[in-house]
Design a protein around this ligand. Structure first.
Ligand SMILES: Nc1nc2c(c(=O)[nH]1)N[C@H]1C(S)=C(S)[C@@H](COP(=O)(O)OP(=O)(O)OC[C@H]3O[C@@H](n4cnc5c(=O)[nH]c(N)nc54)[C@H](O)[C@@H]3O)O[C@H]1N2
Ligand SMILES: Nc1nc2c(c(=O)[nH]1)N[C@H]1C(S)=C(S)[C@@H](COP(=O)(O)OP(=O)(O)OC[C@H]3O[C@@H](n4cnc5c(=O)[nH]c(N)nc54)[C@H](O)[C@@H]3O)O[C@H]1N2
Ligand SMILES: [Mo]
Length: 694
């Protein structure tokens, strides 16, 4: 239902799911609406029920239902032809990241292609790269001990709506304990109304606010001098850089009061080191988000919140628990030495080459530079919903001879592709063993709760069939899940039965913290220290600090389009779920009251939201709790798959409005600047005429 993958416990009777709840040991039984709605996904007939091969032009909706043998044969033959003509490197495989990426990454390498990628340039890439530049550890390199913190500070991290159950539980416990919450957004949210302090800022000015806070922290001496002296590099340069960015200056830029920033810093001065500035994702969507994100990481370091309860705890792996890690599929293959077609690792040396940047493959498709890309396989990933400007994407996809979607739904990409390989839902399949890193690492896997309703297969079964047909059995000789589990688990000393009791295998019973006076070597930067001045960036002539540039204001009649999530939906793929659709069938356009008044728009009126060639008409939500420069909507709607009757053409699609943004990335962070679109708003002529009271 969502890539947070909250661990669940499922009750089954006669191959029917009767009850789904959060894992009692990890979540105390809690689950969100989406988790509970898994039952409706299972029995939903509006999902692909057998493999399908396109029989008309792309997107025409003409399909032939075929057997698995025929579908695998078709995909394999096409791949072989493409590989013979253009080389294995012309195949790109993308998945939604997460613990099972190992399987598909290994499959990509086994094919002989270096081009494995994922969704992240539209999600957390800037935050990830910023984290690497400061700590040498990626975005997931820390576990946040929110439960025990004194003060949680959130920049557009709408933690109670855009949620993971474990994190929500932690926040609620923290609030119950008397912890403080500060929330910064361009609109009010479910999280903001529980916060002690809510700052409504001008869109895109978080970097200014962060610089102002750093300036004030240094001015008040409200930082951990000992920690900074011992473990960091570049403090003098940081201090010199932030000098002009005073709290007064920042407050003006963001539209809040200067005294508020000072008071905030006075407060955290007494609470540190147990103060967490959440790294989030949202700050990855403006053109200076990489530097804003660095500023957040730097503030955490100034608080000295590393390796303490209530702070940021370096994520531990199996070795920290004295256990050998489970075997990975990538250990069975050699990574091809070829250059990546997205340029990451050679043309763009400052980016993490692990997954590269998906959107840059579109450029390679169009230009054939550095070489042609002819096949794209997407597993659990819907690029046409994930990336801006689907029409621009389709132009590039036209250059591909094979598009394969491995999905549980008709994604927008599946509908456009050549072959749909339907995966069994998470309730109907097993998954390989994975390791959850963190303060308390554990091993987990998924068991099949019920047998598949339709002619669908598990991810490992699909890989097994493809590997067999393509002669890649050295890489994937497995035919049964038990064989996979046993092979993976062998070095760990654990057995499959050990998952029975709790649904996971804890590798420790207490959080593991490194001694705070022995953190040398824990940061994987070139200097081994936390780098305020990044040696890697500087060696590539990229500055560690960037002068602030005020975001442009929208021209008259236009607004900055911002977006977010609703608690009951996951991106685009739950909109058609019968239960969740009932809870939230459509999205609306939030607009500031004064602006609405100028445009003659009242609550519930239909409004036209217009980009260049794209227009949507939806209901307006008029509120004083959104910045006048912004309009807001929930992402995922405006779908165009006719087989999904509940969601077909309902609501507006933010990504379709983002015309021209497909290659608009933060050049240093690699993230796409999804919040840099201005749209025109007007009251729709479709509204009934207003009666004039005489
Ligand atoms: N305009 C705009 N763009 C955005 C965002 C936004 O808010 N606005 N959000 C961004 C963010 S943060 C992210 S993370 C990305 C998300 O982008 P994606 O990762 O592409 O999105 P999802 O909808 O999570 O999942 C993609 C596909 O996985 C399928 N799926 C779900 N469960 C399973 C399963 O068990 N097996 C298989 N095989 N498939 C499954 C779904 O049906 C869906 O088609 O989008 C980004 N892009
Ligand atoms: N229910 C639900 N939960 C989810 C997901 C889901 O699809 N559904 N997806 C998961 C995923 S993949 C992700 S990445 C996370 C995302 O988690 P978040 O990043 O917390 O969530 P979003 O809802 O995308 O965006 C948060 C907020 O950013 C605000 N914003 C826009 N511009 C600015 C700005 O200039 N400054 C500030 N401070 N705020 C701004 C928006 O108004 C919005 O309220 O959620 C995860 N959890
Ligand atoms: Mo995301």
């Amino acid at each position: 239902m969502c890539t947070v993958r909250c661990p669940i416990r499922v009750e089954v009777e006669d191959n029917e799911v009767k009850w789904i709840e959060g894992n009692p040991y990890l979540l105390g039984g809690s689950l969100c609406a989406r988790g509970g709605a898994g039952v409706a996904l299972l029995n939903d007939c509006e999902r692909p029920q057998s493999p399908m091969i396109r029989s008309g032009p792309r997107g025409s909706g003409k399909w032939e239902q075929v057997s698995w043998e025929k579908a695998i044969q078709y995909v394999a033959e096409k791949l072989e032809k493409i590989i013979a003509r253009y080389g294995a490197r012309s195949v790109v495989v993308s998945t939604r990241g997460g613990p099972w990426q190992d399987l598909f990454k290994a499959f990509t390498f086994a094919l002989g292609s270096p081009n494995y990628t994922n969704h992240d340039s539209a999600c957390g890439r800037n935050v990830h790269h910023a984290s690497l530049s400061v700590y040498g550890l990626g975005r997931k390199g820390f576990d946040l001990d929110i439960r025990n913190t004194e003060h949680l500070v959130l920049f557009g991290r709408n933690i109670l709506s855009s949620l993971g159950v474990a994190e929500v539980n932690q926040v609620m416990d923290m609030l119950d304990r008397g912890g403080r919450l500060t929330y910064v957004d361009v609109r009010q949210t479910l999280t903001g109304i529980k916060a002690h302090r809510f700052w409504l800022v001008r869109p895109g000015t978080d970097y200014a606010l962060l610089l102002g806070i750093i300036n004030e922290v240094l001015r008040q001496g409200a930082y951990d001098k000992e920690f900074v002296d011992r473990y960091t590099e570049g403090f003098e340069e940081l201090a010199a850089f932030v000098e002009p960015y005073t709290a007064e200056w920042a407050a003006r830029e963001c539209g809040i009061r200067p005294a508020e920033i000072k008071k905030f810093v006075e407060e955290i001065a007494t609470q540190r080191p147990r103060v967490i500035f959440h790294r989030g994702w949202m700050l990855a969507r403006y053109r200076d988000s990489f530097y804003a994100s660095r500023a957040i990481h730097i503030l955490n370091v100034l608080m000295g919140n590393i390796e303490i309860p209530g702070g940021q705890i370096i994520a531990k792996g199996a070795a920290d628990c004295g256990v050998q890690p489970p075997r990975s599929f990538t250990s069975r293959v050699k990574k091809p030495e070829e250059k990546r077609a997205d340029g990451v690792g050679w043309k763009y040396r400052h980016f993490d080459a692990g997954v590269g940047l998906f959107h840059l493959f579109y450029e390679a498709m169009l230009t054939e530079d550095p070489y042609p890309i002819k096949a794209l396989i997407c597993y659990r990933h819907d690029p046409l919903t994930c990336f801006p400007d689907p029409e621009a994407q389709k132009e590039a996809l036209e250059r591909c001879e094979l598009l394969v979607a491995i999905d549980t739904h008709y994604s927008e990409f599946a509908w456009w592709s050549d072959v749909i390989l339907p995966e069994s839902t998470y309730l109907e399949r097993e998954t390989p063993v994975a390791l959850k890193k963190g303060a308390k690492p554990y091993l987990f896997l998924r068991q099949r709760a019920v047998e598949p309703r339709f002619n669908t297969r598990a991810n490992w079964e699909i890989v097994s069939m493809l590997a067999e047909r393509l002669g890649l059995t050295d890489f994937f000789p497995f035919r049964r899940i038990e064989e996979i589990w046993e092979w993976q688990l062998e070095p760990t000393g654990y057995r499959t039965e050990d998952f029975q009791e709790k649904g996971f295998i804890p590798l420790t019973d207490h959080p593991i913290l490194y001694p705070r006076d022995q953190l040398e070597g824990k940061f994987k930067t070139p200097s081994g220290k936390i780098e305020f001045v990044s040696r890697k960036l500087e060696s590539l002539d990229i500055p560690s600090f960037k002068a602030y540039q005020s975001p442009s204001r929208p021209p008259k009649g236009r607004y900055r389009l911002v977006f977010g999530r609703a608690p009951v939906h996951t991106h685009g793929h739950t909109i058609n779920n019968p239960l969740l659709n009932e809870l939230m069938p459509e999205n609306t356009l939030w607009i500031n009251q004064r602006e609405a008044q100028k445009l003659g728009i009242e609550e519930g009126d239909l409004v036209d939201v217009i980009a260049e060639t794209v227009k949507f008409t939806v209901k307006a939500h008029v509120t004083e709790f959104i910045h006048p420069e912004a309009v807001y909507t929930v992402h995922g709607f405006g779908r165009e798959v006719p087989y999904q009757s509940r969601s077909y053409k309902v609501g507006l699609s933010d990504q379709k409005l983002m015309e021209g943004l497909l290659q608009h990335m933060d050049p240093v962070g690699g993230g796409l600047c999804l919040c840099e679109k201005f749209v025109t708003i007007r009251r729709s002529p479709q509204n009934p005429k207003r009666r004039v009271e005489l």
